[in-house]
Design a protein around this ligand. Structure first.
Ligand code: C5P
Length: 220
């Protein structure tokens, strides 16, 4: 076991591509387990929002680094869910803006950004049992947790789901960027339990995960 694992509470990792249903599943699962729901994508989105507001081009790694070094990124918990503040401002209402959707995959490929988010996720897990959703949670951020799930759905279903949410979000482009980046790309952790949600309700997926967690001996 990795030494840092000893500091962590229980971690359930839910990874998957955009619009795979992982947010709804992770949130519902966290409620059922009584764990804190942590949305790692929201931290990448909050950082992207902050950089865009400061007019910093995401390719300008030097300015990105300077801006992030001077920013206070605070991760707290509200109603058992993660909440991000940047310089004491809560950008929640802007996290799914078109411009954030367009830029977040550029920002998330930067090593410095990934290190910051990784540290924040570790902080959550040091103080609480957590269900964490993202792209690299089981593979990189919490490789030691035995509770890893990879939630997927067909491309058609994912496109339909995002359109139904009324969002302009080029998920195919984002997925390509997330799959092909050199640092922590989206991968299925080798010990992850894979669920195709294309034809399943959220409740069914949550039940399947709960059964699996019980089999693994996770006590709630
Ligand atoms: O989960 P969500 O779609 O909100 O994530 C937004 C973006 O944040 C992803 O497309 C990806 O670029 C980045 N992300 C990541 N690693 C994570 C979570 C999100 O790179 N663990």
């Amino acid at each position: 076991m990795h030494s840092s694992q000893r500091d962590f509470h229980r971690v359930v990792a839910i990874d998957g591509p955009a619009a795979s249903g992982k947010s709804s599943v992770a949130r519902a699962l966290a409620r059922r387990l009584g764990f804190v729901y942590v949305n790692s994508g929201a931290i990448y989105r909050a950082i992207t929002w902050y950089l865009l507001n400061k007019d910093i081009h995401t390719d300008d790694t030097q300015r990105v680094a300077q801006a992030l070094q001077s920013a206070a990124i605070t991760c707290r918990i509200q109603d058992s869910e993660s909440r991000i503040l940047v310089n004491e401002i809560d950008p929640e209402d802007h996290l799914r803006d078109d411009r954030v959707n367009e830029s977040v995959a550029h920002v998330s490929r930067l090593l410095l950004v990934r290190q910051i988010v990784g540290q924040k996720l570790h902080e959550y897990a040091r103080s609480h049992d957590v269900v964490v959703e993202g792209r690299d949670i089981g593979s990189v951020v919490f490789p030691e947790t035995p509770h890893k799930f990879y939630v997927d759905a067909s491309r058609e279903v994912r496109l339909r789901r995002r359109a139904a949410q009324g969002e302009r979000d080029a998920i195919t482009l984002r997925d390509q960027a997330d799959l092909s980046r050199s640092v922590s790309p989206l991968v299925t952790a080798k010990d992850a339990y894979v669920i195709d949600t294309s034809h399943l309700t959220i409740e069914k997926v949550v039940c399947e995960i709960l059964v699996r967690l019980k089999e693994m001996g996770l006590q709630t």
